[in-house]
Design a protein around this ligand. Structure first.
Ligand code: KG4
Ligand code: ZN
Length: 342
């Protein structure tokens, strides 16, 4: 594969991130500026707030990338940015910056799909990962299973094989945490609360497995958490659970989500006859999911590729990894490259 030095930008949701990487693998410098503290007061990501923060952090971050990497823009082979899917205004900040920099420096532009980047992070973590494989992408906006193979240019190509019928898994974590009075972002807070709880107290184990035998559904579990936490008064009602009850509900919720993710992923791997499972997206930072997939895959004789937690949540290293593959295969995007929410 051709050599490359690429600057990659990520701004699809509430993390502003950048990286300079050689050959999509060697990270010369990187940063992730999380906006969690800004959004916490609102209990969720506010698009307008996210855009302003991206505007403030992006170019100063890029400046630092070059000084830390000890390279000049002239040495770059391309500028890459996430251009879909995500919050449209947030995407526009990163893509507009990438276009301006590419134009100013006379470098090619490469647009990267955020989901494909999450999957590329698994290949960084596990260089032996080989197609065909099944990839589970679980984040705040997506819960999808893909069959991954290679296109004619040798670049991984993702074909969707299962999806959520309603909420994304990360979104469910965030909403359940709110109902349980744990705060934002929900994933890490539910995981922490669940450590002190018993998953068997609430009978939710199969709540996320719709009858179609293939897809996911998290809205029924969310309603179950709502009634357990707030009773018939609804989401504005007082919290009815004590500390132990909250831990039990967190543990029951997490166990149900993990059970669905693990069983559907293993089913898909068996059905498609692949030897590898890859994980990506913020929810893949969850210790219970990581352990569950490893155990089930091990028992089935399958190998797993799971990025370290810092490469599961949004970052630009995954964008650089995907951009390198596309660039090496000849992908170049025009300055009219569009952003897309979906
Ligand atoms: O991939 P990501 O950083 O952003 C999107 O592309 O959406 O994923 C964010 C999601 C949030 O919903 C967050 O609650 C969830 O990932 N998350 C977790 C954990 N860490 C982050 N969910 C469960 N357990 C975690 N440890
Ligand atoms: Zn993401």
């Amino acid at each position: 594969m051709a050599e490359s030095l690429i600057l990659s930008l990520e701004s699809s949701c509430d993390e502003t991130a950048g990286a300079i990487m050689r050959d999509g693998r060697e990270v010369l410098s990187q940063f992730v500026a999380s906006q969690t503290d800004l959004h916490r007061t609102y209990g969720g990501v506010v698009p307008e707030v996210a855009c302003r923060a991206h505007m403030e952090c992006l170019l100063p971050g890029v400046d630092k990338l070059f000084s830390e990497a000890g390279v000049t823009p002239g040495r770059l082979d391309a500028v890459a940015a996430t251009h879909r899917p995500g919050l449209i205004g947030a995407l526009l900040v990163g893509v507009s910056a990438a276009k301006a920099l590419a134009l100013a420096w006379g470098k090619p532009l490469v647009g990267v799909d955020h989901i494909e980047a999450h999957i590329a992070a698994a290949g960084l973590a596990e260089p032996a990962l080989k197609t065909p494989y099944v990839a589970l992408v679980v984040s705040g906006g997506h819960t999808n299973l893909y069959a991954v193979d290679n296109d004619a240019a040798g670049v991984e190509r993702m074909t969707p094989v299962a999806h959520t019928l309603d909420d994304a898994a990360g979104e469910a974590f965030d909403k359940a945490a709110k109902l349980l009075g744990l705060g934002f972002p929900g994933g890490p807070l539910i995981e922490a609360a669940a450590r002190a709880g018993s998953a068997g107290t609430f009978a939710w184990k199969n709540a996320c497995l719709p009858g179609d035998g293939v897809n996911f559904s998290f809205s029924g579990l969310k309603t179950a958490v709502l009634y357990a936490a707030r009773g018939m008064a609804g989401r504005k009602g007082p919290l009815l659970l004590d500390e132990k009850g909250v831990s039990d509900a967190a543990a029951g919720f997490q166990a149900a989500v993990v059970h669905a993710l693990v069983s559907r992923t293993l089913d898909a791997a068996r059905r498609l006859g692949v030897g590898w499972i890859a994980l990506g997206g913020g929810v893949a930072a969850n210790g219970c999911l990581r352990a569950g997939i490893r155990a089930a895959a091990g028992a089935a004789g399958l190998r797993v590729a799971i990025p370290p937690p810092r490469l599961c949540t949004d970052n630009a290293v995954m964008v650089g990894a995907r951009a390198h593959k596309l660039f090496a295969a000849g992908a170049r995007d025009p300055l009219s490259l569009e952003t897309a929410a979906r």
